[in-house]
Design a protein. Structure first.
Length: 403
């Protein structure tokens, strides 16, 4: 409970303002209107996309500069569309929609900084539950695709970031009952327990997990799906493949931590940087290409693999080795008119291809998933056959990738 601090509030949307005022009063704060400036301990402003550039951004940045207290910006956008804001007196940003737990945690942190009385020692139990200064952050990756999990771990693990892998929602829950994490990257379409169900279950484990940033990572999402996922407890949505820049933005946005310099650039290792990526020998193409995209692009694959050519080749081989089963299951589902089953296999292939240098396959499977989600099983016969042909072409590169 807060000690009656004044919170100056700008929220043009009346129903939202009523909710915010109600919450602040329940938490022990005293909300006042935006025009009542001068005695506030916290400024909370809700901004739309039009406020993010030009004269509108200049106006709000001037307001922030003149306000001698922390500022919370409630932004009606995603974290990746946010411009840089200077908060000279402290503060933070929160993207809509957000949870009450996120808001109360932020308000409490800004209005109740922990200060110990002179001579008082910190509680050893509290210290045991807090990460040590400089201790690695824990990032939990939940994905049923082994190749995706291992690649993300290889790309992201460092002295400042500890990676924990879970192959299913149930594995993630087992981990959560014994440990905490600083952030979760959550695949959505997983068998048995999908990412939405897993997120809801994690939120119920304890207060720490209720506040933990959980980011959806998916190969495909429609706009209405994105809004639904955010309303069901996810904090943001990323489209595969994610890269180091996006990870930095996530850590800065949700954790308020700037990654160590080693995270700022993805470059080839010293042994691989001096050698241009080898390209497999051209193979005879038994059928005409449906587009100008190549079956294999190792330059692209190396970039997606954090600059590691050998890892890029491993990812391609893993993908190729999964193609036969994917095709068999997709043909079976299509012949049985099982849309959801077909979507599961197409989505899985879409996710796997996002981290590989297989641009032709990636484009076709993305197109197919979009069509299935928007039009169902109608008019996908030709696209399926094009996809099967692209899978055959890609498979021909396997031996060359192993050399």
């Amino acid at each position: 409970v807060l000690d009656n601090p004044i919170v100056r509030l700008h929220e043009p949307h009346l129903p939202t303002r009523n909710v915010l005022e109600h919450l602040l009063e329940r938490w022990g704060a005293r909300p006042v209107s935006f025009i009542d400036a001068g005695n506030e301990a916290l400024l909370m402003i809700s901004l739309e996309h039009d406020d993010f550039d030009g004269e509108r951004k200049g106006y709000w940045q001037n307001i922030i500069a003149q306000t001698p207290c922390p500022v919370i910006i409630l932004a009606n956008t995603t974290s990746f569309d946010l411009p840089h804001w200077d908060l000279p007196h402290g503060g933070d940003l929160l993207c809509k929609p957000f949870t009450r737990a996120q808001l109360v945690t932020m308000v409490r942190r800004l209005l109740q900084p922990t200060v110990l009385p002179a001579g008082q020692e910190p509680n050893p139990l509290e210290l045991a539950n807090k990460p040590a200064q400089g201790a690695p952050l824990t990032l939990l990756i939940v994905d049923d695709n082994t190749a995706n999990r291992e690649l993300l771990k290889a790309m992201l693990e460092s002295s400042t970031l500890r990676i924990v892998l879970a192959a299913s929602g149930r594995e993630a829950l087992e981990f959560a009952r014994q440990h905490t994490a600083d952030m979760v990257l959550m695949d959505i379409r997983m068998p048995d327990m999908n990412g939405i169900e897993t997120t809801k279950a994690l939120r119920r484990v304890n207060g720490s997990w209720a506040r933990c940033p959980i980011i959806a990572v998916t190969a495909h999402v429609l706009n209405n799906e994105r809004q639904q996922w955010l309303s069901e407890g996810l904090d943001d949505v990323l489209i595969k493949p994610i890269n180091d820049v996006q990870l930095q933005q996530l850590m800065q946005r949700f954790l308020g931590i700037t990654p160590a310099p080693g995270h700022q650039d993805i470059t080839p290792t010293s042994t691989e940087a001096d050698t241009p990526p080898a390209t497999p020998e051209p193979l005879a193409e038994p059928m005409a290409l449906p587009s100008a995209l190549p079956a294999v692009d190792l330059t692209l694959g190396t970039r997606l693999a954090g600059g590691k050519t050998s890892l890029a080749k491993q990812q391609l081989v893993r993908l190729i080795d999964s193609l036969e089963e994917h095709e068999r299951q997709m043909r079976k589902a299509f012949q049985a008119d099982e849309l959801n089953e077909l979507l599961d296999w197409v989505h899985g292939l879409n996710g796997a291809s996002r981290y590989c240098g297989a641009p032709e396959l990636a484009l076709l499977v993305e197109t197919l998933e979009t069509r299935l989600r928007t039009s169902g099983l109608r008019h996908v016969d030709t696209l399926l056959e094009e996809l099967y042909a692209a899978m055959t072409r890609l498979a021909q590169y396997r031996d060359g990738l192993l050399e």
